[in-house]
Write a protein that binds this ligand. Sequence first.
Ligand SMILES: Cc1cc2nc3c(=O)[nH]c(=O)nc-3n(C[C@H](O)[C@H](O)[C@H](O)COP(=O)(O)O)c2cc1C
Length: 218
Amino acid sequence: MNLIDIAKSRYATKKFDASKRITDELFEQIKGLLRFSPSSTNSQPWHFVIADKPATKKRMSKGTQGAYSANEPKVLDASHVILFCVKTEMSDDYLLHLLENEDKDGRFPNPESKEMVKKVRAFYADLHRKELNDAQSWMEKQVYLNLGTVLLGAGVLGLDAVPIEGVDVDVLDAEFGLTDQGYRAVALVALGYRAEDDFNATLPKSRLAEDEIFTVLK
Ligand SMILES: Cc1cc2nc3c(=O)[nH]c(=O)nc-3n(C[C@H](O)[C@H](O)[C@H](O)COP(=O)(O)O)c2cc1C
């Protein structure tokens, strides 16, 4: 496996073959990526709503109407659509929940290490909640990191995918009752297999030149 080849061959799929479905086995791997993605202080401030049937994809497509209608066929024709959601609050209860979960998973060889993790996480949570006042944006960054992980992973698995920010998140919040559950919709990722006539599959990649984006310190 050559990672650069995968980074170059994966692309934003503009047209899916509606007749092709991702196997359950492969989608389990995508779920593994969603779950095991890293996040700052292991805060995991996310939730994922998954649609893999015509009726549930139709519900997802309520977010791709009007100005976003170019994205509707992608949602309807993809095999699986994942709605990435972010928590609306990083509460003290949630921090405790994370800590107890890590304890259950065997992360703490002694009470001191548990206390240390509790302190470090509280430090960063308070930095964003109380000093920088950017907790929402901080949590969203973790969600986007997860989204990027899934996009590369999809490429590794030979799946086609497109991230979709062009979606009415308010409509999806209402459709899935996310606000009441303490989440907000952020973006979609549609996954499946490209249609043979997807124009974007054969276009060359365009990226800024290396000397524009890298500074190698000497
Ligand atoms: C966060 C994010 C949101 C995006 N939203 C959309 C979208 O709503 N619709 C779409 O067709 N492509 C969308 N894209 C695809 C980008 O346009 C595409 O990744 C970019 O042009 C680079 O092309 P490539 O992914 O084919 O290499 C999005 C990409 C990202 C990372």
